[in-house]
Design a protein around this ligand. Structure first.
Ligand SMILES: [Zn+2]
Length: 375
């Protein structure tokens, strides 16, 4: 997700992380164990306040709440309230913590995703215990960093701390504080299909998030060399979110294959929305370049790309490029995301793809940030 904003939220932990290195072949499961204990006690009746406090104090829970503040707004107090209510089997009536789309989306995520999954988890303790044991025994964590690095345009020093957690909204997420895979969110989302995440897919989800950390650093460095102003910065933020999710999704989860990606349940609803998402992406970039949008308008527009909208859009655009020119061409666009629209349009013509970006927009995106700032 939008890693840069995550970093603002978690800025206080960055200094600690900068001095710590971790062998990325083990996983920290303390939070998942504590949440499981809490859910088990809830299942037996009662609301053990101490067990809730214990869960709230853990780094894994801070990651979960932090993830819900990347593009939404959720407070620790709201999350605690949700935990206490779900312990009783009820969905908390949480109010937005501030005006605007972010806080409303935050509440929506808590009541539509987090609370129902916790209530479900309270009644599926044995299944979750099995998932936790399987995750702890997963021998593939040593592959996480190599897999991320293979799919980046340059080598970056990566040593992420890996967590398995329970009780978040996203299935997996990255920040400077660490990377997590949510066993409960994953089990809850796949409860109807019986197709549960395999140990290797879990490694790929960790690699997807590790890729975000590395690619985020590459993109931050490029942005610092550009002179992006106002609406251009908004266009850059949107464009890089599409590139971030699209590249990790296509190259790591999809192994570069559209047919494989289409088989993956997590993204199917968003792939079906591509006929709306592709023109919407062009419109957001067009509107941003015409003049910076106010934050509420920007947030409302990009909310269409939540879920896996960014992932589906970016994966589609990059797949057309991969088909026409090969995987190296995808990595070159990753080096300078401003070339995405121009290169996509050329490849779409070769592949007879129906969707094209407005050529004038594609050209303006290609050169944005190149003029020197006015002294
Ligand atoms: Zn992602």
């Amino acid at each position: 997700m939008a890693r840069m904003m995550m970093r603002q939220v978690l800025v206080m932990f960055v200094a600690v992380m900068a001095h710590a290195t971790y062998a990325a072949n083990t996983v920290d499961s303390v939070q998942a164990q504590a949440m499981l204990n809490l859910l088990e006690r809830c299942h037996l009746g009662g609301v053990p306040a101490q067990a809730i406090d214990q869960v709230m104090d853990l780094p894994g829970t801070r990651l979960i709440v932090g993830q819900q503040n990347v593009s939404r707004r959720v407070t620790a107090a709201q999350y605690r309230e949700v935990l206490a209510s779900t312990c009783r089997g009820e969905i908390a009536q949480v109010r937005p913590s501030e005006p605007g789309a972010r806080a409303e989306k935050g509440v929506q995520g808590l009541t539509d995703d987090v609370a129902p999954s916790l209530i479900w988890g309270r009644d599926h303790i044995e299944l979750l215990k099995e998932k936790l044991v399987a995750a702890e025994q997963n021998k593939g964590f040593g592959e996480v960093v190599p897999l991320a690095l293979e799919n980046l345009p340059e080598k970056i020093d990566l040593s992420p701390k890996l967590y398995v957690v329970m009780g978040g909204r996203a299935g997996a997420a990255a920040s400077d504080e660490g990377i997590y895979f949510d066993l409960l969110a994953d089990a809850w989302r796949s409860r109807a299909s019986k197709a549960s995440t395999t140990p290797h897919e879990m490694v790929e989800f960790f690699a997807h998030e590790t890729h975000h950390v590395g690619y985020g650093r590459i993109l931050d460095r490029e942005r610092e060399q550009l002179h992006l102003m106002g609406g251009e910065m908004q266009a850059w933020n949107f464009l890089t979110a599409v590139m971030m999710e699209g590249s990790a999704t296509l190259l790591i989860n999809g192994h570069g294959s559209w047919a494989e990606l289409q088989k993956q349940q997590h993204i199917q609803v968003d792939l079906a929305r591509l006929p709306q998402l592709l023109p919407a992406a062009g419109n957001i970039l067009q509107t941003a370049l015409a003049g910076e949008m106010r934050d509420p308008e920007y947030q409302t527009r990009v909310s269409e790309f939540f879920g896996e909208g960014y992932h589906a859009t970016g994966a589609k655009l990059l797949y057309v490029i991969e088909e026409a020119r090969g995987r190296d061409a995808v990595l070159r666009v990753m080096e300078d995301p401003r070339s995405l629209l121009v290169v996509y349009n050329q490849c779409a013509a070769d592949r007879k793809e129906p969707f094209r970006f407005d050529p004038e927009l594609a050209g303006r995106i290609r050169t944005m940030g190149e003029s020197a700032p006015i002294e």
